[in-house]
Design a protein around this ligand. Structure first.
Ligand code: ZN
Length: 318
């Protein structure tokens, strides 16, 4: 009797464990225990999806932080991982126009959600700032790079960098929320709670930035190589001056005009990003006695990155 009792006591933990583990044994079929495999186009979306999905998602970004989303091509390894993904969140970046169809053919069951849906796009900044010569902004003869950049349809290029303005980031995360719920309805409550706190985080960043730029004067100007900050500028009442013209390095004549313009506006900092060559920005900086400063539209840490970039812009506006 005593022995039997001891035996029973000894095996109790195993019985408990067996029952405790039972649900996860069928995790494959049980949606309640499943982790969603999610792909996104760019790192800031990964940040958003991880915040909303929490432990329920496993997220990979097609474009890594250092790569250029305008000319990106997925690697074979990514394509095979993609074939097992449940959801793809597209951001509206140029490489998707070529690749999204291929993604769908590799994995026909995958949900494809456009997180920029519902955002009204503005034209890509090119050379509109000059004012004296509007024909410059309607230059002919686009190169291949430019076609990859902004489509071959010949229409005005639309600016894809919507995630860099907090009010538009809120649209992205709403679409992400709906996409995750559609893919895994049982986690709806968790997704909604997480979405709420991310929404609060974005609104806090927005409020801080409004505060930061409130005293910066109307149409304060900053100069960037690649015009990724158009929506950001619009949100905070700033003017972005682009060095790059329609996806290309400026020609010598344009460079001269940009240098004159930068001097007139007393610009001292040219913002560049690590994904692009900075040759012409350096020439301008040298000629105006200014400096180069690096910003990153593709950084994973969305909130931190926006705060830091805003501070750099604000500093340069003085
Ligand atoms: Zn860009």
């Amino acid at each position: 009797m005593k022995n039997a009792l001891i035996t029973l006591i000894r095996i109790i933990p195993f019985i408990v464990l067996a029952f405790y583990h039972a649900p996860s044994c069928i995790a494959g079929e049980n949606p309640a225990g499943r982790t969603l495999s999610v792909f996104v186009s760019i790192p800031p979306q990964q940040y958003f999806v991880e915040k909303i999905g929490g432990a329920h998602v496993r997220v990979s970004s097609m474009v890594s932080p250092g790569a250029n989303p305008h000319t990106y091509e997925p690697k074979p390894k990514q394509m095979s991982a993609l074939s097992k993904a449940t959801v793809y969140f597209a951001a509206g970046v140029p490489f998707e126009t070529v690749w999204l169809k291929k993604f769908a053919s590799v994995n026909p069951k995958m949900h494809i959600i456009h997180t920029d849906a519902g955002i009204e796009k503005i034209p890509m900044e090119s050379h509109h700032h000059d004012g004296e010569n509007p024909s410059l902004s309607h230059r002919q003869g686009k190169e291949d790079h430019d076609e990859i950049l902004h489509g071959k349809d010949g229409k005005q290029e639309m600016d894809p960098h919507t995630w860099l303005a907090p009010p538009l980031a809120k649209i992205h995360i709403r679409n992400i929320l709906h996409g995750l719920i559609e893919a895994d309805p049982l986690k709806k409550a968790d997704f909604e709670i997480n979405h709420q706190s991310l929404l609060k985080e974005i609104e806090e960043v927005d409020a801080e930035l409004r505060d930061l730029f409130s005293g910066s004067g109307k149409n304060a100007k900053f100069m960037v190589f690649h015009p990724a900050w158009g929506y950001f500028a619009k949100t905070y009442g700033l003017t972005q001056i682009s060095v790059e013209m329609e996806g290309k390095e400026p020609k010598p004549g344009d460079l001269k005009r940009l240098i004159r313009h930068a001097k007139e506006e007393r610009i001292k900092v040219i913002f560049v990003q690590r994904q692009f060559s900075t040759k012409s920005a350096e020439v301008i900086a040298h000629n105006i006695g200014g400096t180069i400063s690096v910003t990153d539209p593709m950084a994973f840490e969305w909130s931190e990155n926006l705060r830091e970039t805003a501070k750099k812009f604000r500093e340069a506006l003085r």
